[in-house]
Design a protein around this ligand. Sequence first.
Ligand code: NDP
Length: 248
Amino acid sequence: MKLLDGKVAIITGASRGIGKSIAETFIAHGATVAFTYLSSDEKAKALEAELTANGGIARGFKSNASDFEAAQKLADEVMEAFGQIDILVNNAGITRDNLLMRMTEDQWDEVMNTNLKSAFNLTKAVLRPMLKARKGSIINMSSVVGVSGNAGQANYAASKAGMIGFTKSVAQELGSRNIRCNAIAPGFIETEMTAALDEAVVQGWRESIPMKRGGTPEDVANVTAFLASDMSAYVTGQTINVCGGMLC
Ligand code: NDP
């Protein structure tokens, strides 16, 4: 029996990066995966093919996580396709970095809507099936900067701190219904995006981390799988830092 056998998961923002790794890890552990993306049609198609290649059950949905109605439609479609929703991973996120002096209202709103309002939208959308089933695990992808703050990222850090407050509140409201809600705060995770950065700068970041390396998407995906599974049945309202010791 695999860790996530018999469970259906929605993962937002899985066409690349951490979300993609979560989708791959969940499939490897036996889950049925419904993943979303915003605009990367080709990547999503390729991921769907990869996830289903060895008998896995997965489907990609083009769905804007910051749109309330779209989230409800997604949950309805997943229920129709797979009959249950056991796990929700609110992973979709963006950055629009700028010093506060220069930050525009649009940069603030875009980040808040994609990173924080999306968690509200999707959590509301899966509540009915989870309440009916009297079980569920919701995992919100925060960030170490949501815990510590970061110059040049007031919008992003506020959205990620907001996710932690949201996580704790949902855990308190729904614990009695056996619905758990936890957050993950990744540190510096090396993805396609960071591969394009100056190597000397990236090496400097690595040196400043106690474990002397950046994290991998798999490092985050493995903790997500733990929180999604019954291995963490008595864990709720927590934020787990996956940061190589950056925050101690
Ligand atoms: P990427 O930029 O690599 O991928 C973001 C994903 O989110 C893509 O699949 C993208 O889809 C999707 N997405 C963006 N906007 C929306 C939307 N409105 N609706 C649905 N999907 C959307 O991100 P990462 O893998 O680096 O990060 C994943 C999460 O982890 C984010 O929440 C991020 O803030 C958090 N995080 C990342 C860290 C890092 O070092 N990488 C560190 C700490 C936290 P599409 O391809 O179609 O645009």
